[in-house]
Design a protein around this ligand. Structure first.
Ligand SMILES: Cc1cc2nc3c(=O)[nH]c(=O)nc-3n(C[C@H](O)[C@H](O)[C@H](O)COP(=O)(O)OP(=O)(O)OC[C@H]3O[C@@H](n4cnc5c(N)ncnc54)[C@H](O)[C@@H]3O)c2cc1C
Length: 458
């Protein structure tokens, strides 16, 4: 038996130790600058493998980090066990019940493709390569969220390997506290080995973009702020102040130009979509370019801005608009997207999970941090963050209301008292009989509780 196999008895998938041929390739996340050096990397092939890995990590006093695609890895797994789930990417559909069940390695593109022939769609996000499970555990804000809520709101059931090595079902009737926490609480409570969620009757959508001169940004934003009140939930829009590339494929009127770009996805007819949008044109003037189509949901490509800075706003007064256009109007400013939330996200069911800040009216996402923008928006922000857009794990507590964070810490104490799943946007377990408190700073310590690097006080 190889040394790697001895470390993980009962584990059928590949295991890579430092120095092994596969270690360098498998230790890295995809999209982040994290240069992590785990003690070992294990590629799970089944729920049994996941159990074997969790038990081995616990017995060896190692932290355990889960990675499906690496799109959302913001805390390094140094000296711990990195469990990769990309080989567990199965997708099963029950179109009659409008339900999908996926393995922890599944990506949104697989679900979208499988659901399309049945006129169904998930609450997926802006990129088909993102992992379904990581996205959903972090809340999941998609272009159908105004109509159907956060992706977490569509979760029906999860199978989870908890820190004590049990494989449990979390749903309204079984481990309801864990079911609640998983719907927004991230990867803190165990390793999800399968996720079951609702699909929605969305076959075709009216979608596309229009670009306007950036000089119209102040008027457009002021109009947008009022116009979004009372829009149907099926309509999702965003305005971006951005520079179009100097690319021959970009239409000449906007090539290499700073613009205000309106992005639209409407789960309804083209006629009604155009009628709903028309007032914006009255405020913005003629568009430089327009490109709208009715497409299958699978063909809609919404893109998004890589979040260097994210602010969640309750209101958008003129002073905030002036700050946004002052920072993002000039050619060399950051790209900034103002996106309308609300709709079903703001009307959670009584047992909804802790995903998101549901009173958020608009998010402002900049691709680079700006102190000027932050200062100008401070008075109008909720002070909150959205877990999936948060790259700084020390701000994890800000993704929740204080009450939800306390409840999450209590659930954490029940399911992962030693913080085995601490290498993530960490929610520390609360102390016995107390409200949530941070755990000690001994990340990777073999005994006692572990804290993720940079763990912030909630
Ligand atoms: C290009 C791009 C576009 C994006 N667009 C959106 C968007 O439109 N809306 C939105 O809400 N978010 C969006 N995100 C953010 C994305 O949802 C998060 O980064 C999410 O964490 C990615 O999950 P993953 O599994 O792909 O990544 P991974 O890095 O593999 O996992 C991220 C974290 O998820 C947890 N996790 C993953 N699998 C499991 C499991 N089986 N059990 C327990 N925990 C697990 C772990 O804590 C892990 O650290 C986007 C990210 C990128 C890079």
């Amino acid at each position: 038996m190889t040394p790697a196999r001895r470390l993980l008895p009962g584990f059928a998938g590949a295991v890579h130790l430092p120095g092994d041929a596969g270690y360098e390739e498998h230790r890295r996340p995809l999209f982040t600058p994290i240069d992590q050096r785990p003690a070992l990397v294990a590629e799970a092939t089944s729920a049994q493998d996941v159990r074997a890995a969790v038990v081995a990590a616990r017995d060896a006093g190692l932290t355990l980090a889960v990675q499906a695609t690496g799109h959302g890895t913001h805390a390094p797994c140094d000296g711990g066990l990195l469990l990769r789930t990309s080989h567990m990417g199965g997708v099963l559909l029950d179109p009659r019940r409008r339900v999908a069940r996926v393995g922890p390695g599944a990506r949104w593109g697989q679900v979208i493709t499988a659901a399309e022939p049945f006129g169904l769609a998930p609450v997926s996000g802006s990129h088909a390569g993102v992992g379904v499970t990581g996205y959903t555990l972090g809340g999941g804000l998609g272009w159908l969220s105004r109509a159907y809520g956060f992706a977490a709101d569509s979760v029906l059931r999860a199978q989870v390997v908890t820190a004590d090595g049990r494989l449990v079902t979390a749903d309204p009737g079984s481990h309801p506290d864990l079911y609640w926490a998983l719907r927004g609480g991230g990867g803190n409570f165990g390793v999800v080995t399968s996720l079951e969620f609702r699909l929605h009757p969305v076959a075709r959508v009216f979608t596309g973009a229009a670009c306007f001169p950036v000089e119209r940004a102040d008027e457009m934003l002021a109009f947008y702020r009022d116009w979004i009140t009372g829009l149907p939930d099926e309509l999702s829009t965003a305005l971006s102040l951005t520079s179009m590339p100097e690319d021959p494929q970009v239409p000449p009127p906007v090539r290499g130009r700073r613009v205000v770009q309106l992005k639209v996805l409407y789960a309804g007819s083209a006629d009604q979509g155009r009628r709903l949008l028309r007032p914006l044109w009255r405020a913005a003037g003629p568009a430089l370019t327009e490109d709208f189509h009715t497409l299958p949901y699978a063909g809609a490509s919404m893109g998004g801005i890589a979040p260097g800075q994210v602010e969640l706003l309750r209101e958008l007064p003129d002073s905030a608009i002036a700050a946004i256009t002052g920072v993002a109007g000039p050619d060399d400013g950051p790209a900034v997207e103002i996106r309308h939330w609300g709709g079903a996200m703001g009307r959670p069911s009584p047992d909804a999970g802790p995903a998101g800040h549901r009173t958020t009216r608009l998010s402002v996402i900049a691709d680079a941090g700006s102190a000027v923008l932050a200062d100008a928006l401070r008075a109008h922000t909720s002070g909150g963050a959205f877990l999936n857009f948060l790259h700084d794990p020390t701000r994890t507590a800000q993704a929740y209301t204080a009450a939800d964070h306390r409840r999450l810490s209590a659930v954490k104490r029940r399911y992962d008292p030693d913080n085995t799943f601490g290498v993530t946007h960490n929610i520390p377990p609360s102390s016995r009989g107390e409200v949530a408190r941070p755990v000690g700073a001994g990340y990777g310590a073999a005994a006692g509780r572990r804290a993720a690097p940079g763990q912030a006080q909630p």
